[in-house]
Design a protein around this ligand. Sequence first.
Ligand SMILES: C[S@@+](CC[C@H](N)C(=O)[O-])C[C@H]1O[C@@H](n2cnc3c(N)ncnc32)[C@H](O)[C@@H]1O
Length: 239
Amino acid sequence: MSGFNFDVITLFPKAFELINNLGVITRALDNNLIDVNLHDLRNFGIGSYKQVDDKPYGGGSGMVLKPEPIYNAFDSIEKLNNTKTLLMTPQGKVLKQNDFLRWSSLDQLIIICGQYEGFDERIRYLADEEISLGDFVLSGGEIPAISIINGLTRLLPGTLGTSNSLLEESHNSSLLEYPQYTRPQNFNNMKVPDVLVSGNHREIELWRKEQMLKRTYQRRKDLLRNDYLKQFDKNEYSE
Ligand SMILES: C[S@@+](CC[C@H](N)C(=O)[O-])C[C@H]1O[C@@H](n2cnc3c(N)ncnc32)[C@H](O)[C@@H]1O
């Protein structure tokens, strides 16, 4: 074993083929910076039908994941020293960039993906944290799990070319990133701002800082600290 370990309990391991085609993650796998171990829940199913789900007590539509297969899959996973277990659920805490930073100092994340109408309530006891990708409902926990693998992997040392790009991007500070441009300088009459081609690094830095504040004010006022807000409520950023 080497690098950061992701151990995922899932009924649909094939969904994770995506990570073999995702640039940064694929390189991290090739360079042994991460290991992604998929634990097929079906292998822990009960009886000759390998049953993993059942009807909910008390009635209701759909099927619910049974506790025994998930507990057995969980027990089969080798636990590293510094490990946490995450349960994917729309009832969890909504995922934030800061969660990736917190988890990046661990050795291992065990991620449990739900399916169907959800899971037996007793499965919650396995989890250190319950995580939601957002306030919407998907059919399974695989896409949230892939999002976590992706977001965390790009923070691990050795995965991205420069750490500066990480520091400046949206959500690492409480501000959104400034607008980015590349060639051509004039595309369909939409021109790159003069300051960016001026060669004046001090001016470029100031322009970028101003754009970060302006963008955050216009799009995600909720992210701004109170002292910023007081300053901007008085001036031109509210256009
Ligand atoms: C159709 S959902 C079940 C939702 C469940 N009936 C409820 O209301 O909480 C099936 C599974 O998909 C996953 N899932 C769906 N939406 C999610 C979200 N926003 N974040 C994380 N996981 C989600 C969870 O693992 C969930 O158990």
